[in-house]
Ligand binder design. Structure first.
Ligand SMILES: NC(=O)c1ccc[n+]([C@@H]2O[C@H](COP(=O)([O-])OP(=O)(O)OC[C@H]3O[C@@H](n4cnc5c(N)ncnc54)[C@H](OP(=O)(O)O)[C@@H]3O)[C@@H](O)[C@H]2O)c1
Length: 295
């Protein structure tokens, strides 16, 4: 066992919500020597998996909590704005004497900044109902006495969930909206940044809210154009937003109603985290490699 693994020998994390990010984070945590268990609502995937659904009354078995040092919630808010973990298990978590608790949130809580940069120092100003619910959950987490860090995330992409996959599934609209930008983050950077912060927890000032985003907010059409190039396919004619919006679902439309550049300055400058994928080009090249390996 190498020295890092031996230091981490006794660390155990429960990751609630083993979706796209939760699974990747669990895998990377195991790679550095953590015991990482993941919840899902219906299926026990493997020996690390346990069942948890905040909408029913079955709680995880007691033995799963034995020796837990860290927890991470990757679950969105319940429809009534309550938090799917704290609403059921807050007291249990308080009893664990945790070293660290993480919560994946969204940059949607910042609302619309009309293309301006936004950082953790700016007040939250959510517009969408789902972002208001999210802010309520953040407040819940902040108000517990757990050693909580909240990670505000923009659009998450990575292998198996990127514009490359959308193009190949014929599930993409090439929409153009003047001056509209989106921020994004590759899932590997969510996992890696969280690990970096956990491993350096005693070295840095403890920040309760941290954005994890890449360096390069930009238009969606720029990303789509590059994706077509990588796939060596011809990009279809772009559709003007005013035309396209007639056929967008309310949820898709809501994403176009907000325009912001999310700053990663706290994470990358102040705390010294080095992004694996600084921009969508690097991130999509990684996704393409995965596509080639799996097809
Ligand atoms: N996707 C994005 O671009 C994006 C951007 C910013 C922030 N976020 C937020 O970041 C977090 C992680 O995102 P993701 O895209 O990786 O998530 P995801 O793939 O949608 O996975 C969400 C996980 O939460 C679990 N879950 C949902 N409701 C639950 C409940 N009531 N009780 C128990 N488990 C529940 C799901 O369980 P099952 O596995 O059983 O379905 C799933 O494992 C989420 O909170 C998400 O809203 C996402």
């Amino acid at each position: 066992m190498n020295s890092l693994a031996s230091v981490l020998k006794k660390k155990k994390i429960l990751i609630f919500g083993a979706g796209f990010s939760g699974k990747k984070i669990a895998m990377e945590m195991r790679n550095i020597g953590f015991e990482a268990f993941t919840s899902s609502r219906s299926v026990k995937y493997d020996k690390w998996s346990f069942l948890y659904d905040s909408n029913n009354n079955d709680l995880p078995p007691d033995e799963i909590f034995k020796g837990v040092t860290h927890i991470l919630s990757c679950m969105p808010p319940n429809k009534d704005g309550s938090d799917p973990l704290l609403s059921k298990l807050e007291n249990k978590l308080l009893d664990l004497n945790l070293e660290w608790a993480g919560y994946l949130s969204t940059t949607g809580v910042y609302g619309n900044t009309f293309g301006e940069w936004v950082s953790e120092n700016d007040p939250a100003n959510p517009v969408q109902e789902r972002s208001k619910r999210r802010l309520l959950c953040e407040e819940k987490w902040i108000n517990t006495s757990l050693p909580t860090q909240i990670f505000r995330l923009p659009g998450i992409y990575g292998p198996g969930r990127s514009t490359l996959d959308s193009i190949l599934k014929n599930n993409i609209k090439v929409i153009f909206k003047e001056n509209q930008v989106f921020s994004r983050v590759h899932v590997a950077d969510i996992a890696n940044a969280i690990i970096y912060l956990i491993l350096n927890q005693n070295k840095f000032t403890f920040h309760k809210i941290i954005n994890i985003a890449d360096d390069n907010p930009c238009s969606q059409i720029e990303v789509i154009r590059y994706s077509y190039q990588l796939l060596r396919m011809q990009m279809p004619e772009k559709i003007d937003f005013e035309e396209a919006k007639k056929n967008l679902s309310p949820i898709a439309l809501s994403f176009w109603e907000e325009n912001r550049r999310v700053s990663n300055s706290l994470l990358c400058k102040e705390l010294g985290y080095q992004l694996i994928h600084k921009d969508y080009k690097s991130g999509l090249q990684n996704c393409l490699k995965y596509l080639k390996l799996t097809n």
